[in-house]
Design a protein around this ligand. Structure first.
Ligand SMILES: [Fe+2]
Ligand SMILES: [Fe+2]
Length: 276
C-alpha cells in the first residue's frame, strides 16, 4: 500500500461529487445582506435545509477524519523525528478511527432521518488535505485541533437545534459524537505539547497551520460570537479538550477578524455592483 495517498485517489463511488473549498468559503451568496443572519435559527424559513446541508458536511467530514487518522497510523515509521510518529500516537489514531467509523454510520442514519440522500450536497476535502501534511504534528493541529475543534462547535450547535425542535434522535446522536470529538481534540492538544516541548519552532509552525485553518472556516461569518453567526464557539467543551483560556480568546479574535474581512468584502462588492 502506498504511503501519503493524495486527495485525488480517495475512494468514492458515483454518488459523491466534489467541490473546491474556495468555492464553498467564498460563495458570493454568503456575502449577500440576506445571508448576514443566523441561517440555522429555527425561525429562519430555510433552517431545515441548511441543517441538512450541514449534516451532510459532517458526514463527509467523518469519512475524511477516518481516512486521515488511518493514514497517520500508516504513513510514518515509528520514532520521534519530524517525519516519524511515536507508537502511542499511532495507538490514539487507531482509537480515533474506531470512533470516526461509528460517526460515519451515525451520520448516514441522521442524514436519512433528516430527509437527505448521500451525495445530495457536494464534498469539499480540506480535512483530508490537512491530514496529508508530512509532519504528524501539523496533522494534529490542522485536523484534530482546528477542524475537530470546529466539529465540537458544530455538534453543540446541532445538538441545540435538535433540542429546540424536540428531536431527541438528532439531539442525542450529536451529543454522543460530541463526547468523542472532545477526546480527539484533547489528543491533538496533548500530542502537540508533548512532541514540541523541546522544539519551539516546530510548535510555532504547527500553531500557525492551525490558525490558518481556523481562519478559513470562520470566513463569511459561519462561526462567531454574534447572534447572526450560525455556529458559536463551544467554550466549555474546548476547555475540556485542552484549549487554554488564552487560546480560546485568540480563536475569538480570529473569528471576529475573519467576519470583519467578510463584511469589508461584501461592502466592496456591493459598491462595484452599484457602479456597474
Ligand atoms: Fe467524528
Ligand atoms: Fe473526530
Amino acid at each position: 500500500m502506498k504511503r501519503m495517498l493524495p486527495v485525488t485517489e480517495l475512494a468514492r463511488d458515483e454518488r459523491f461529487s466534489r467541490m473546491r473549498i474556495e468555492d464553498a468559503v467564498f460563495d458570493p451568496r454568503n456575502l449577500a445582506p440576506s445571508a448576514q443572519r443566523n441561517t440555522l435559527a429555527t425561525t429562519y424559513e430555510n433552517a431545515s435545509d441548511n441543517a441538512r446541508g450541514l449534516m451532510h458536511g459532517i458526514f463527509v467530514g467523518e469519512i475524511q477524519a477516518l481516512e486521515g487518522a488511518g493514514r497517520t497510523c500508516f504513513d510514518f515509521d515509528l520514532g520521534d523525528g519530524r517525519d516519524q510518529a511515536p507508537f502511542g500516537l499511532k495507538l490514539d489514531m487507531a482509537r480515533q478511527c474506531w470512533d470516526e467509523a461509528r460517526h460515519v454510520e451515525i451520520s448516514v442514519k441522521l442524514g436519512e432521518h433528516m430527509g437527505s440522500e448521500i451525495g445530495e450536497f457536494a464534498e469539499q476535502t480540506l480535512l483530508y488535505e490537512a491530514a496529508c501534511n508530512p509532519d504528524p504534528v501539523l496533522r494534529l493541529t490542522g485536523v484534530n485541533r482546528a477542524l475537530e475543534g470546529l466539529a465540537i462547535d458544530v455538534f453543540k450547535t446541532m445538538h441545540d437545534f435538535g433540542t429546540v425542535l424536540s428531536d431527541p434522535v438528532l439531539a442525542f446522536a450529536e451529543d454522543w459524537m460530541l463526547a468523542d470529538e472532545v477526546t480527539h481534540v484533547k489528543m491533538g492538544s496533548d500530542w502537540l505539547r508533548r512532541l514540541t516541548a523541546q522544539d519551539p519552532q516546530r510548535q510555532k509552525e504547527a500553531l500557525d497551520f492551525q490558525k490558518a485553518v481556523d481562519k478559513l472556516f470562520s470566513f463569511g461569518g459561519f462561526r462567531g460570537e454574534r447572534d447572526e453567526n450560525p455556529v458559536h464557539l463551544a467554550r466549555n467543551f474546548r476547555r475540556l479538550a485542552g484549549f487554554s483560556e488564552e487560546e480560546i480568546s485568540e480563536l475569538v479574535d480570529i473569528t471576529a477578524g475573519a467576519f470583519q474581512e467578510a463584511q469589508a468584502q461584501q461592502a466592496s462588492r456591493a459598491a462595484v455592483a452599484t457602479q456597474g
